[in-house]
Design a protein around this ligand. Structure first.
Ligand code: SAM
Length: 455
């Protein structure tokens, strides 16, 4: 996301925005100020001018200044046709943006980004840099295009609006808040509330001016938004020293999702990196490994479905994760798939599941799954500390170097997650004095070589 305006224009937009905020009833502590952080590639941010204590109010925004479907000027007849909170807010924003000077939010729109580095805006060539990562399947450009064309364009009857809808949709992704009411927030407090949670999906969304100027840092979160009846209040959750930046919490997101939603990547989200293994891949590798036909797997899959173990995909996370690299559900799935038939029948009769500790057979299957998953990344020299994408920079001059570097960080992170998981498997074999499995790196290299020879 970027704002390439000159320093004077950038500062004058910031000043007009602050004036507008204050005129509209926002109160701002004298201990903070808006800062130009473009040198750190972080756009605008908020910085402490003085030391601030924990639990101090930084600013409060009246609910009337929050841009929502209801506060916007979007005619009631139009908005009542749309149930989806995303689509409704996109339409409300597009409507206000089109009003130009007439919109009460004009000074706010002027500090919102004009361009994006979120994955929605990457060319097909740039997305190649992320080949192997499950994030490519989560961008949702086609489904967004379909929803915009079918549901929004007919309302405003103008095809050119598609670009504007994408811009608004991407702004929501990186800037909007799920708007809780005061009683709801106190109820969910301490329940590990995440913006992306299922409950959050159904909450109304809104743009909260100023609260969305705060950047995020996985290790230095020091501020949080609190919802009151008639206003929202940003407060410190730790003491902050003069000169330090104020950071909101964007959630425990893997770097692939930080890139998808926010268009940037930093190392301190590396701890949340994951690699998704689809159920389809588990089925495919199991059939190959156990020399089974689909019908042979079916009874077990049906049983696991009944037991609530079956998911579309399973995340492998960093081995350093408190819970280890694999979820209990994934371990139970693997243990069940490799059980000898008689043992599976016995277990099923007792309505039980295997323990979430990998059996030797499950370890062997897992090793194969990790190899297959690793082979999905286009990495020739997996020991290289350089660029793992295998794709030359600016292959045809249309790719963006900055985007490529971000993709490289994501792919290297995911490759590391897989390697660490494979090392854990190896260690479990050794601890149990079991037969050693091959070295992961060598096997992946062989797999790539075989693939190359075939093509
Ligand atoms: C909610 S906005 C924060 C305000 C934003 N900096 C601006 O100038 O409008 C989220 C966007 O800020 C940027 N951002 C947030 N945290 C960042 C960080 N730690 N480093 C770099 N950019 C960051 C990303 O572009 C992200 O999409």
């Amino acid at each position: 996301m970027s704002d390439d305006s000159g320093k004077d224009e950038f500062d004058s937009r910031s000043m007009r925005f602050i004036d507008w905020l204050k005129r509209s009833g926002t109160t701002v502590s004298s201990k903070i100020q808006l800062a130009d952080l473009r040198q750190q590639s972080a756009g605008r941010g908020v910085v402490a001018r003085e030391d601030i204590e924990e639990d101090e109010e930084l600013f409060s925004v009246p609910r009337s200044s929050i841009l929502t479907v209801e506060t916007s000027g979007l005619p009631v007849a139009i908005r009542s046709d749309l149930q989806d909170p995303w689509l409704s807010l996109i339409l409300a924003m597009a409507f206000e943006q089109q009003r130009g000077e007439e919109s009460p939010w004009k000074p706010y729109f002027d500090v919102l980004p004009a361009t994006f580095d979120t994955l929605m805006y990457w060319s097909t060539e740039e997305l190649e840099y992320l080949r192997g990562s499950a994030v490519v399947g989560k961008i949702g450009k086609q489904s967004a295009d379909k929803a915009f064309s079918e549901q929004l364009v007919p309302i405003l009857s103008d095809d050119d609006l598609l670009t504007l809808f994408h811009k608004m949709g991407s702004t929501i992704m990186a800037y909007a808040f799920d708007l809780e009411d005061a009683s709801r927030q106190s109820k969910t407090e301490g329940e590990d509330w995440e913006e992306d949670s299922d409950a959050g999906e159904s909450l109304p969304k809104g743009l909260v001016p100023f609260a969305d100027i705060l950047n995020a840092d996985a290790d230095r979160n020091n501020a949080k938004l609190f919802y009151e009846d008639d206003k929202v209040v940003m407060k410190t959750i730790t003491a902050v020293q003069k000169g330090e930046e104020l950071f909101n919490d964007y959630g425990s997101l893997p770097r692939a999702d930080v890139l998808r939603r926010y268009g940037y990547v930093t190392d301190n989200y590396a701890k949340y990196d994951v690699v998704e293994i689809t159920l389809d891949m588990v089925k495919g590798v199991t059939k190959e490994h156990l020399k089974l036909a689909e019908a042979g797997l079916l009874p077990r899959l049906e049983y696991l479905e009944e037991q609530g173990i079956l998911e579309d995909g399973y995340d492998v996370s960093r081995a350093s994760n408190e819970d280890g690299p694999l979820t209990d559900e994934f371990i139970v799935l693997l243990n069940t798939l490799v059980l000898p038939s008689a043992d599976f029948d016995k277990l099923k009769k007792k309505d039980k599941l295997p323990k979430p500790e990998l059996s030797e057979r499950a370890l062997q299957l897992l090793h194969q799954i990790l190899l297959h998953r690793r082979a999905m990344y286009p990495i020739d020299d997996i020991n290289s500390t350089q660029d793992p994408s295998g794709i030359p920079a600016s292959a045809n001059g249309t790719s963006n170097e900055h985007r490529r570097n971000m993709a490289v960080q994501v792919i290297k992170g995911e490759e590391e997650v897989l390697r660490k998981a494979a090392e854990t498997v190896q260690k479990l074999f050794e601890d149990g004095n079991k037969r050693k499995v091959g070295t992961f790196e060598d096997e992946v290299a062989n797999m790539h070589l075989e693939k190359k020879q075939k093509t």
